[in-house]
Design a protein around this ligand. Structure first.
Ligand code: IMP
Ligand code: MG
Length: 186
């Protein structure tokens, strides 16, 4: 039985695309798979890409059955527009030294691919022992640069989504579900 929609949708939101229970079940599965895959690793460094991944990361990290440390990075490519410029900027770097470490990047959503491509290239240059990526959401129809994810929550259509960490103009990040936004008329 689907859980009730709470908080209720505001008029900016069209529908719930992924309800809270479905998200939680998928996060369980991802945590189990990642735990199995890193069984023989001493310590994993998980790096959340701010701000969008903060809720996904906190739910996922608390279900990992392997030793891990937590770090964050902040990037920007969009400014205030919805469309990626491909012009990725680092606003805040990780504090950990990644050389020789097993690193897992945690992203909210893969869209054009520019952000993750930049991050993978940047992290590879620091010579980690291994580097993998997990994203909660993927919009494959929007891809401009080819990026391979190691783990994915859900594939979604080309619509703007909010909730569970994702925003529109900094709103809606703490909704427990993923909702589709009404298209913004330019
Ligand atoms: P990319 O560089 O185009 O792959 O963009 C990735 C980033 O754009 C994500 O980490 C999000 O911050 C943001 N983004 C892309 N699509 C959405 C969306 O539908 N809702 C909210 N943020 C999004
Ligand atoms: Mg992001």
């Amino acid at each position: 039985m689907p859980s009730a929609i709470f908080p209720p949708l505001t008029s900016d939101l069209v529908r719930v695309l992924i309800d809270a229970d479905t998200i939680q079940n998928r996060v369980d599965e991802l945590a189990k798979t990642i735990t199995e895959d890193y069984q023989n690793v001493d310590e994993l460094v998980i790096v959340g890409v701010l701000k969008g991944s903060f809720i996904f990361m906190s739910d996922l990290a608390r279900r990992l059955g392997i030793p891990h440390t937590v770090d964050f990075i902040a990037l920007s490519s969009y400014g205030n527009s919805e469309r990626s410029s491909g012009n990725v900027r680092m606003i805040m770097d990780v504090r950990e030294n990644l050389a020789g470490r097993h690193v897992l990047i945690i992203e909210d959503i893969l869209d054009s691919g520019y952000t993750l491509e930049y991050l993978i290239r940047n992290f590879e240059s620091r010579r980690p022992a291994s580097l993998k990526t997990v994203a909660l959401l993927d919009k494959p129809d929007r891809r401009i640069v080819n990026v391979e994810l190691d783990y994915l929550g859900f594939e979604i259509p080309d619509v703007w989504v909010v909730g569970y960490g994702l925003d529109y103009a900094e709103k809606y990040r703490t909704l427990p579900y993923i909702a589709e936004m009404k298209p913004v008329t330019a």
